[in-house]
Structure formats: C-alpha cells, structure tokens
Design a protein around this ligand. Structure first.
Ligand code: SAM
Ligand code: DTB
Ligand code: SF4
Length: 329
C-alpha cells in the first residue's frame, strides 16, 4: 500500500464524517493490510523530571502557570530510571519512554539524558524521550546515544493552537520535528482530543500529521485527562466515538504508522477499548501511571488482552542479533 502525503482536508473530512461503522470497518480493513491482526505494541512511560514547566499548555498538570497541586520533582537518578526500565521489560514492554517537564533540555541536562539513553538501550528496550523542543545538535547527540524515537506532539490544529498554548507556536513544534527527522530518529507525534476544539480542528490535526514530509512512525491520540487547577479542568467531555473516529481516520490516512491509544484510557470501558482496536489502534501505554496521572495497570491490561485475544508485539531483533543469527545459519 502506498503512503500518501498529499491528503486534502476535505478528503479527510469526508472520511471522518462517514457513518461510524463504515469508518471503523474501513479502518480495520486497512489495518489488516498493513499490520498483523490482534497485535498491540506496548510501551511504558516514566517521568524523569516532574512539574514546574515554564510552558503554559492549558491541559497539563505540570505547567508552572497553574496550581494543579502536583508535587514537583527534580531530575531523578539514572539508576532509578534503569530500575524502572527493567521492571517495564519484565512486564512485557518493548519501548521505554522518558518524559521531562522542560521547555527544552539545557546543555547541562544533556550528559544526564545521553547516559540514560545508552543504559536503557543496553537493556534491550527501544528508547523514546519527550523533553520539549530540541535543536539540531541535541537531536543528533540523542540519536548517536541510541535514542530510537522522539515524542513531540502537534496536539491540535494550527488554528486552535494558540487557544491552548501561548508560550510557543505550532511552527516551533514543526521545527523540532524537522530536526528529529533529519537526525535519523523515528518520530512519535500526535495530539489530544477533548480540549474544547471542534471537529474541524481534529481534522486539521490529522491533516497536519499525515502531510508531514514523512509520516510519524507512531501517532499517539490522547483524550484529555482533566486536571483540577488547569484552565481545562471543567471542559465538556468529548464523546468517546469522536476519539475513536480520530483513531480510525489516523489509521486510514497513515496506514503504516502505529496508532497509539494514549492518555484517557482509564476512562474507557473494555468494549470502548475493543472498538478503538477495531478502529486500528495498535499500541498503548501500560503501567499504573502515565507521566503524572493514573493509567490502567498491567493486571487490568492482561485481563483485557486475554478477553479480546490480543497478542503483545514482541521486541524486534537488534541488528547485532540478526548478524549473529546469519553467522550461525
Ligand atoms: N513536555 C514535553 C512536551 O510537551 O512535548 C513532553 C511531555 S507532555 C506531558 C507529552 C504530551 O502528553 C503532550 O503533548 C500532550 O499531548 C499529552 N498530555 C499532557 N497532559 C495531558 C492531559 N492532561 N491529558 C491528555 N494528554 C495530555
Ligand atoms: C503522549 O502523547 N502521551 C503521553 C506521552 N506522549 C508522553 C503522555 C500522556 C500524559 C498524560 C497526562 C499525565 O500523566 O501527566
Ligand atoms: Fe510542559 Fe509538556 Fe506539560 Fe506543556 S505538556 S506544560 S511542555 S510538560
């Protein structure tokens, strides 16, 4: 199947507005042409520096602009990160995603994050980080240390962006994505629904992601987790079918990308989650916690996977393992 980067907004709108079951059916057909059925990739998240973020993202528990009652934490020790990464590996995760509440990493933070990447990678996990904006040199150093993915979300449409964040622009976001891509790392970029945006904004976000020069390998679709004390604490809850429509459209227009059922899963029933998998979601975050908010724990997920007959995607063999296999064949 060829990947199209020339999607028009009105084509995406047409897909989005189909009868729900037609949309989900089409998404599942495309899913099965591009991925093994009934298989989900599992990642684990860890916050390596929590709270006091200078950015003013209106949804976020970690912004210093709001009083969310979150307890801030300085950078955690690399040894602690490794302990958590080992637990994630034992629990079946194949990717470990480390997040820091920074506008961007300072130069003094670079040795810390580079050491962490090397050590997590050495455990045999795929590595992912989300540290805010990067410059080209930081992206290259992270890639050289062994970082596989960088997460940097576009979050919402270009038009709605300034309603949600005023301390940076949509173009700032695109610039970091450009640096990440040209460093050779894989891109993880998606957004949040339920921010009070309208359908056109959700379509706009999906359009931006699908028309990037190379589509992101991983696309998290978060549903707002309302945080007391933030400006979006009381925003009207978005109907879950809108979230699932976004997942289905993302699957259709980005057929080779992993579509991640992300924040907000705690509020979903098992049957809602089954519908999201039917719509083409094939990755998720496992573990008791996302970055600062609760998540469906691994026990709950194990039961869900058993109930639905879902397999967890196995780690891909490393280049080193492949060359050893070839030598012994
Ligand atoms: N500080 C970095 C940044 O913003 O790029 C990385 C961490 S940030 C927490 C990563 C993503 O989590 C955000 O881009 C947003 O999509 C999502 N997120 C944050 N708070 C959320 C919330 N309350 N509900 C749902 N998604 C949220
Ligand atoms: C993403 O898109 N979602 C994850 C990950 N990338 C870093 C984070 C979700 C955070 C949810 C709110 C919290 O736990 O603070
Ligand atoms: Fe900071 Fe990221 Fe939260 Fe925005 S989403 S306030 S950049 S931690």
């Amino acid at each position: 199947m060829t990947i199209r980067n020339d999607w028009m907004r009105d084509e995406i709108q047409e897909l989005y507005n189909q009868p729900f079951l037609d949309l989900v059916f089409q998404a599942q057909q495309i899913h099965r042409q591009n991925f093994p059925a009934n298989t989900v990739q599992v990642s684990t998240l860890l916050s390596i520096k929590t709270g006091k973020c200078p950015e003013d993202c209106k949804y976020c528990s970690q912004s210093a602009h709001y009083d969310s009652k979150l307890e801030a934490e300085k950078r955690i020790a690399v040894s602690k990160v490794i302990e958590e990464a080992k637990q994630a590996l034992d629990a079946g995760s194949t990717r470990f995603c480390m997040g820091a509440a920074w506008r961007n990493p300072h130069e003094r933070d670079m040795p810390y994050v580079l050491e962490m990447v090397q050590e997590v990678k050495a455990l045999g996990l795929e590595t992912c980080m989300t540290l805010g904006m990067l410059n080209q040199s930081q992206a290259e150093r992270l890639k050289n240390a062994g970082l596989d993915y960088y997460n940097h979300n576009l979050d919402t449409s270009r038009e709605y962006y300034s309603n949600i964040i005023s301390t940076r622009t949509f173009d700032d976001r695109l610039m970091t994505l450009d640096f990440v891509r040209s460093s050779g790392m894989k891109v993880c970029s998606g957004g949040i629904v339920g921010l009070g945006e309208n359908t056109k904004d959700r379509i706009g976000l999906l359009h931006e992601l699908a028309t990037l020069p190379i589509q992101p390998e991983s696309v998290p679709i978060n549903m707002l987790v309302p945080i007391e004390g933030t400006p979006l604490a009381d925003v009207e809850k978005l109907d879950v079918t809108e979230w699932i429509r976004c997942i289905a459209v993302a699957r259709i227009i980005m057929p080779k990308s992993y579509i991640r059922l992300s924040a907000g899963r705690e509020s979903l029933s098992d049957s809602d989650q089954a519908l999201a998998f039917m719509a083409g979601a094939n990755s998720l975050f496992s573990g008791e916690k996302l970055l600062t908010t609760p998540n469906a724990g691994k026990g709950k997920d194990k039961l869900l996977f058993e109930k639905l007959g879902i397999n967890i995607e196995k780690a891909k063999p490393t280049a080193k393992e492949l060359s050893i296999d070839a030598m012994s064949a």
